[in-house]
Design a protein around this ligand. Sequence first.
Ligand code: SAH
Ligand code: SF4
Ligand code: F3S
Length: 480
Amino acid sequence: MILSMSGSDSMNLPNLKEAGKRTKKPISFILDEYELPEQFKNIGLNKKYYIKTYGCQMNVHDTENIKALLELMSYEETENFENADIILLNTCAIRENAHNKMFGFLGRVKHLKETNPYVITAICGCMAQEENVVEALMKKYKWVDIVFGTHNIHRLPYLLDNTLTRKEQEIEVFSIEGDVIENIPVKRDSKYKAWVNIMYGCDKFCTYCIVPYTRGKQRSRKPEYIIAEVKELVSQGYQEVTLLGQNVNAYGKDLDVDYTMGDLLEDIAKTNIPRIRFMTSHPWDFDDKMIAIIKKYDNIMPAIHLPLQSGSDRILKLMGRRYTKEKYLELVNKLKHEIPNLMLSTDIIVGFPGETEEDFQATIDVVNTCQYDLAYTFIFSPREGTPAAKMKDETPLIVKEQRLYRLNEVVNKYANMNNQKYLGQKVKVLIEGKGEKGNLMGYTETMKLVNVDGSEENIGKIVDVEITEVKTWSLDGKIK
Ligand code: SAH
Ligand code: SF4
Ligand code: F3S
């Protein structure tokens, strides 16, 4: 089937209100093989594309789809945007600085466009789903040729063809709950590790977060398609899959079969792929069945990313996170008890509207209790259209920055402490390639980055490594 049906020639502009609506309308599963119409196949002959990706793994994986579509059109990739015939920015809307980075780069593209008006510029990803961004692009960045959203990546060849023939700004962004589209071509960045989407969108609506608006309703892929994808990866020699979703623990809850994340993990473990990872876990949906399955199968990695966001019950409530500090700690306790050698990481926001010193201290307390291996820490960034952006926020930025600094000091202490345990240990490392220092690099089962002494023939293999030196953010080791 040719996937052009979900678009039209009229402009489709983003609408945050529409994007935040959730209805009972059933999801369409579009399962047919993607087929590029003949007339598009040579559009990119002798031409190059450059793509820059911002944001999360979901975006990184979307970029792998975009690359495949462009290569079907005969475009070749270039690492230098100044050599490109088409420049694509796959954007992230999660915080203001993600916005700023993208607009900063767009300034450089503008200079290039002044000397070479034939270069095509396209903006996609989560920022393309935002009304204020698209308004700015239409008013102040008229020279940007194509804007498309997260729901219509498969439409890129059509939009590109339209732009090349019509030579006017082409904007197509759907503010819809979304479908599940299978079989969009993919060009994977790695031959050893693969991203596998298991679900799209999010229905949690945490009050600070833009994702439910930019990615649509929570919709799980059907298990048989996910399992078939993993089996195919096994047959191609892949060593690791990471199952992706905004809330992987809620997998299956929107399907009309009784099949949950625990069931999916078990079926994927049985494919014998050597390593399975998954992210992100929301504390709310982490059930005992999942824990039992993680414990049961050696190929499910003992590395769990469990965002805390805040350790204060008052702030958690304002954030709409649906758990208390006590529930969170109960879960962490269970995980640490059941899964030996667990690597626990988290996300934390400081300076949420109304956060007091006492609330902040409650967060520090949880960090002291959980002793995370790794924590991604952020200052709250108001996102237009989300409830938290309208909340009264009187804490000065300098205070928020100091809290971030203080939090990071504590986080780093535990990161270092947890790494110290590895000194002299023998661990399994999937060697991914050459490291920065000319040696090899890879990750342990517990997601620790290791710089490894050894020969290149180990690339793509899981090898035993002895840890010889420990740093806060990485380990050094040699192949045993
Ligand atoms: N789905 C994941 C998170 C996706 S966003 C989950 O629920 O855990 C990744 C992280 O960005 C979040 O965990 C949160 O810590 C941070 N984040 C999201 N929105 C933010 C905002 N408006 N300001 C600051 N940090 C934010
Ligand atoms: Fe955002 Fe919350 Fe959904 Fe995560 S669970 S993507 S933080 S709304
Ligand atoms: Fe950013 Fe969109 Fe991912 S907002 S974090 S790229 S889902």
